[in-house]
Every structure is written in C-alpha cells, then in structure tokens.
Write a protein that binds this ligand. Structure first.
Ligand code: ADP
Ligand code: ZN
Ligand code: MG
Length: 478
C-alpha cells in the first residue's frame, strides 16, 4: 500500500485474555457469556478496602507465552497502578506492569512464504487486568463488570512490521503461539484477542521513525488490515501536501472504513503510574521457569520446519496445517497409518477443514477422529476405495459418527478391483460397440476414454479405474 517513496512502520500492542478459571486478583469466574454482572465481587468492582491476591496460574500462562516468544523472564517484576477515569474502570486505576514487566525482549518468527523466515522483535510482555464493558442502549449507558479483572497478557512489538499484510501475519502467528502453549483461547469474536496498531511512515531508505498514530482496540484481523492501509494512505497524503502528522490516537470506524481521532480528553496520556502498594513484587524462581519450559509443546515454527524437511510439504500447506495446534495434531495422528503424508495433508486441507470451517466448531467436535480419516485414506492407498468414495463416506461419517469400515459397508462403497469381474464388464461393452472398437483400432485413440466411462457406468462407478485401464488396453490391442 505504501507508495514507492514511503515505507510504512508498524508496531502492535496486543491484549490477549489468559485462559484461567478465575480472575487475576479475585476468585470470580472468567467464563464468557454469563449474564451481565454475574461474575463480580468487591475486589473486581473496586470497593474500598479490598485487597488483590495474584492468581498464580495467570503468571504461569504469561511465562509460557514469554518462553514461546523467546523472551527473557524477569526473576523480579512489579505491578503498577495506571490511573485514568472511565466508567468501566471502577477503581479509577488499572493494575498493570510498567517499569519492570514479567517478560522482556524476545521475538516472533513469521513464516517465510518462500523466502527466509522473518523475526519481529518484542519489547515486552506484561500482565494486567481487563476493564469492564460499556454497553450503550438508546438513552442509557450500562456497564458489565464480568470482564473487569480478567487477566490479560499485553504483548508489545518493536516497530518491525512494514505492511498491513505483515501485521496480520504477525497477529496470526501470535495467536497461534498463545493457543499452542495453552495461554489463551484466542477467540477474537469474544474480545479475547484485541490490538492497538501504531502506524507511521517515513521516506523509503530512512532509518528514523516518523510520528505515529495509534489506532485503538481492533478486534478483527480484517479491521486491522483496513485500518492500517487507510492510515498509511492518509499519512502519505498529508506529507505529500506539505503537512505534518500530529501524534494522535484514533478509532477505526468499521462501517465507513476510516480512522478518526478520539476526543482529546480520552487520550490525555498521563497515567500517573506508581508501584501498586497492595501487591508484593512478583518473584519467579529459576526452578519455576524450568518446570514450565519442560512442559512446552512443539511450536508452530518448529513444526513448519519439520513438515517441510521430513515430509516434503510446501510452504503453503505447512502454513495451513500448523496454524492451529489441533489441526496439526489431527494431521499428525493420520500419518502413521499411511504411506504418503501428502495425501493426509490434502485430506486435512480440503475435507476436514471444510467441515470445521462450515460448522464453526473445533476439529474434535466437527470431524470424525483422525484415525477414521486415516482408515479411509489407507483404503484409497490400497485401492479398495476410490478417493471420491472416501469423500462420500467422510461426509456421511460427519453426520452419523460411525466408523469408516461400517460406513463403507453400509453405503456399498468398496471399490471392485477383481480382474475377472472387470474383464467381463469390458467384454460386454466392447461387444456392444463394434463400430467404435473398429474406429479405435483404426487410430481414434480418443475413444479409449469413452470405453473406460462405459465400463465404469456398467459397474455402478465402483470399479478400480486402474484395473479397467489395464484390462481394456489388453483387450483392445488383442
Ligand atoms: P507510547 O509511549 O506512545 O506508548 P511506545 O514507545 O511505548 O509508545 O510504543 C508503543 C508501540 O508503538 C510499540 O508497539 C512500538 O513498537 C510502536 N511504535 C513506537 N514508535 C513508533 C513509530 N514511530 N511508528 C510505528 N510504531 C511505533
Ligand atoms: Zn471478583
Ligand atoms: Mg507505551
């Protein structure tokens, strides 16, 4: 999107809900979808005199994310009060981390898509609590505090991204990582993964940073892409017209697909940070870090490299198969039963992901077990089943939940490879078409396909096409 003369510079601040059962500083449930203000207590609605108690699980999950992103985990970090006034923040301050965050540095590796993988450096990952949610209804403004106090990891990148597309790629990778390590469910539609986009432009070739605009609280990757592209274009127009870019905070308007400055009092950026007096410093022992490191799963970048080198899969397939951990696990569970992992890759990318996407459910809920998918493909490899018949069986299994073997039996899908049965069908077809046989033998090679089709039709589509080919070639030659 940036023109020849300018380069875009983008840094993202992502807020991801950590998947704990209880909130960050109280015992209230975090479960999404409860009735408004069902999951609240004096702590998370900021009553006077209450004391926060840190949820250990949230710390563990944030550290897991830090390890996945190659961060340095701080043995000593502190919480801070970030003060601002807004109705969804009943205490008048948010408990966050400021000067000494839990995780520092690190990077996220983006797939190369044909080129070398690219590293996007992180500034930090810190823990903080979410605010409540304002709901505006006609003449009333209502507040739901269920989200107030839900643990968040804020993941701040260096300004290493250079286009809207790359920003979306980074978000995809970050979301994958969070889900792989079990830190978050990554559900954008539930507000569990939101981001602020910082965008500036500079003359191509320059190494100085331009003045940035911050676009707040985007909760869809499509909006991120649109908002950034809009912003780049807007800034280029200002510079081209000889103007200067003011440092501003914007909101994206999804209906009109434009960004607009927030009212000035909403970005009075004086948070008066100071250390939270009600919480002791957070001390993380080397033993705790090592314990967490020992339970880390294989990560997307490692899986991508392994699928490419060991299974010979291409970048595109590898990208799709590894993005969601459960999809990669499903794929891998199919491989041992099969000669060719590529057929499993194609199967997952077409049949399995189609029904997952259509249903909007998880792979375990939407698809038959991986072993049953593998059983179908194995029969295809053994030429007991045509690929089309396997697809038909799969579609039936999605609904019936029956096994591959039972489904094939029930639908009569077994492929006939028996040579004598196929030979007699071939003979019947050739006997019924003496003129065409003569034409074929006279040189009209194209008629071969016609004969194959006729035999297949006579056998109800169940014959093994390879055997038909062989038998017909012999008979037509003789
Ligand atoms: P602020 O003090 O305004 O919050 P920070 O330095 O903390 O700014 O950076 C916040 C985010 O903005 C980071 O993700 C960072 O990478 C990004 N950022 C900082 N400067 C720029 C810039 N000039 N252009 C684009 N992104 C930037
Ligand atoms: Zn509470
Ligand atoms: Mg900042």
């Amino acid at each position: 999107m940036a023109s020849e003369a300018y380069e875009a510079v983008i840094g993202l601040e992502v807020h991801a809900h950590l998947q704990t059962a209880a909130k960050l500083f109280c015992g209230c449930a975090t479960k999404f979808g409860a009735s408004p203000n069902d999951n609240v207590c004096p702590v998370c609605i900021g009553m006077p005199g209450v004391l926060p108690v840190l949820n250990r699980r949230a710390v563990e999950l944030a550290i897991r994310m830090g390890l996945a992103a190659h961060c340095e985990i701080a043995p000593f970090s502190i919480f801070a009060r970030k003060s601002y006034f807004y109705p969804d923040l009943p205490k008048g301050y948010q408990i966050s981390q400021y000067e000494l965050p839990l995780c520092r540095g690190g990077y996220v590796e983006l797939p190369g898509n044909g080129g070398a993988p690219r590293r996007i450096r992180l500034v930090r990952i810190h823990l903080e609590e979410d605010a409540g949610k304002n709901i505006h209804e006609r003449d009333a403004s209502l507040i739901d505090f269920n989200r107030s106090g839900v643990p968040l990891a804020e993941i701040v990148s260096e300004p290493d991204l250079r286009s809207a597309e790359e920003a979306v790629e980074y978000l995809n990778e970050l979301r994958s990582l969070l889900v792989y390590v079990g830190a978050s469910d990554g559900k954008l539609e539930e507000g569990a993964f939101r981001c602020d986009c910082n965008v500036s432009i500079r003359p191509r070739g320059s190494s100085e940073l331009g003045v940035k605009t911050e676009i707040k609280n985007l909760n869809s990757f499509r909006f991120v892409e649109k908002a950034i592209n809009y912003e780049i274009k807007r800034q280029i127009e200002i510079l081209e017209a000889g103007g200067r870019i003011p440092q501003e905070t914007h909101l994206f308007d999804p209906e009109r697909e434009v960004t607009r400055p927030m009212r000035s009092k909403e970005f009075a950026n004086d948070y008066r940070y100071f250390p939270e007096p009600d919480l002791p410093p957070l001390c993380v022992s080397p033993a705790m870090i090592e314990e967490l490191r020992a339970t880390m799963p294989e990560l997307p970048a490692e899986r991508r490299a392994r699928y490419a080198s060991e299974l010979g899969l291409g970048d595109y397939e590898v990208g799709i198969l590894t993005r969601e951990r459960e999809v990669a696990d499903y794929f891998e569970a199919m491989i041992p039963a099969l000669k060719n992992p590529k057929s499993a890759a194609n199967w997952v990318m077409t049949e399995v992901l189609r029904i997952v996407n259509e249903s909007g459910k998880s792979i375990d809920e939407a698809a038959p077990p991986a072993t049953e998918s593998a059983a179908l493909l194995r029969m295809v490899e053994e030429t007991k089943l045509s690929l089309n018949a396997a697809k038909t069986a799969f579609a039936a299994m999605v609904k019936s939940r029956k096994s591959a073997a039972a489904t094939i039996e029930e639908l009569g899908l077994i492929q006939i490879s028996d040579e004598s049965a196929i030979a007699s069908a071939c003979e019947a077809v050739l006997a019924a078409e003496p003129d065409k046989v003569a034409e074929y033998r006279g040189g009209r090679d194209k008629l071969f396909g016609f004969f194959v089709g006729q035999v297949m039709k006579a056998m109800g589509g169940k014959a093994n096409p390879r055997v038909i080919n062989e038998v017909l070639r012999k008979k037509l030659a003789g």
